[in-house]
Design a binder for this molecule. Structure first.
Ligand code: ZN
Ligand code: ZN
Length: 414
């Protein structure tokens, strides 16, 4: 099934080079802190080589292991689930404040904890979220250059390709990762520069248009998404607070912005299943009134969907709208990765919950209430789900006029 003229080793090296040079874009003298599963060792060795070649002063990788994580849930005492390695999180925050860059390797078993006690999982993730807040804030506020890239693992591969042998499933997942990450070409770093130019041009066009709203139509969908006052479209490489231009996500195909959390009207149907903490939700249909979901159904996993919507007040409103053409490589692969890094780049999507204030202009010093008044939703969740396909048309609305933006899932050429 290999269509690539490159060997696995060459592709792994290209993925490492893209992660270092395009993804995190490590600068001379900068430290790099990486977290990764044990299966990622071959990838991490190459990332480390490229990072030192690019001038990194020190590369530190913190490894974790699915079996070890599971051992805690099986054998750990009750108090274990309220415990977190605060000392480690504080150390990472200190490294970032002192100029280090951050890289994370995703790809563990998506359903590792499916048979474990949900209350213990919730407690453990709450403890861990509290401990890592100082480090996470530097990432969510985009103060430093950072990047996520994927590594195929046997468990992940087997869940995506249950009908293939373990070996073929792993090879198929790697092939998907290499293609989606755009490293399966002669000069991947140059290809990424070109891809970034395309995403920047789309964001610039949308920022010039300053639409009041987007109108999505298609099977089961007639949705008007008002955009936040002072919304800003972004996509592709961006400059972090420390001045380094990086691509936080490899792959990325989206241009996205902040919708107005009180100006979303109509019905929308999901076009791909949503995997949330090991559960599948499929055939979602919701109706919005004044930005709030007033009716929600799903053919599968409706109970999980309802639980998500009960998370807090902001969980019934949206915090992101993103445009991705149907011709994107991830969409064309037809693979459902069960991993947001990939799946959200397969189609146009909206996200329930928290908005990105980095997608808004002139927000310096605004209070939470002022941000919400401008349209930025506030919630503890941010869950992307897919509403785009080759059957969806999108118009931009401005001053009562209608501008065709996408037809049958593709950008209208201007
Ligand atoms: Zn998105
Ligand atoms: Zn999102």
């Amino acid at each position: 099934m290999a269509t690539s003229s490159f060997t696995h080793e060459q592709l792994l090296d290209r993925l490492a080079e893209v992660a270092v040079r395009t993804g995190v874009n490590i600068t001379s003298g900068q430290q790099l802190v990486i977290t990764a599963g044990l299966e990622a060792v071959p990838l991490i060795r190459r990332i480390t080589e490229h990072a030192y070649k690019a001038g990194a002063s020190l590369v530190t990788t913190l490894y974790h292991d699915d079996e070890t994580t599971l051992a805690r849930f099986i054998h750990g005492h009750e108090e274990s689930f309220d415990t977190a390695s605060t000392w480690l999180s504080n150390g990472m925050a200190e490294a970032f404040r002192n100029g280090a860059a951050r890289m994370a390797i995703t790809g563990g078993n998506p359903t590792l904890l499916k048979n474990q006690n949900p209350k213990r999982i919730a407690r453990a993730s709450k403890a861990s979220a509290a401990a890592s807040r100082p480090a996470m804030e530097l990432i969510t506020q985009f103060s430093i250059n950072w990047n996520i890239v994927a590594c195929a693992t046997p468990e992940w591969a087997q869940q995506i390709f249950p009908d293939l042998s373990a070996e073929d499933a792993l090879a198929a997942l790697w092939k998907g990762i290499f293609q989606a990450s755009r490293v399966d070409v002669a000069d991947p770093v140059a290809a990424w520069a070109e891809h970034n130019r395309t995403l920047h041009a789309r964001a610039a066009m949308l920022n010039e248009q300053r639409f009041d709203a987007l109108h999505f139509t298609g099977p089961g969908t007639d949705l008007t998404v008002g955009l936040a006052d002072g919304h800003l479209w972004t996509g592709g490489a961006e400059e972090a607070g420390n001045g380094v231009v990086c691509n936080p996500n490899i792959p990325t195909e989206e241009v996205f912005t902040t919708p107005h959390c009180a100006r979303v009207e109509g019905t929308v149907s999901s076009t791909k299943p949503l995997f949330h903490q090991g559960s599948l939700i499929d055939g979602i249909q919701v109706r919005f009134e004044k930005g709030r979901i007033v009716e929600a159904h799903a053919e599968k996993g409706e109970d999980v969907l309802q639980r998500i919507l009960e998370s807090d007040e902001g969980a019934r409103r949206i915090g992101e709208v993103a445009l991705v053409p149907h011709s994107s490589p991830i969409s064309q692969s037809g693979i459902l990765y069960r991993n947001t890094l990939f799946d959200e780049n397969a189609a146009c999507h909206i996200a329930l919950g928290q908005a990105y204030t980095s997608c808004m202009t002139d927000i310096e010093g605004l209070s939470e209430e002022e941000l919400i008044a401008r349209g930025a939703n506030h919630s503890i969740i941010h869950i992307d789900w897919m509403i785009g396909s080759d059957k969806i048309d999108i118009d931009g609305l401005k001053d009562g006029a209608r501008h065709p933006l996408m037809r049958a899932g593709e950008w209208v050429k201007d």
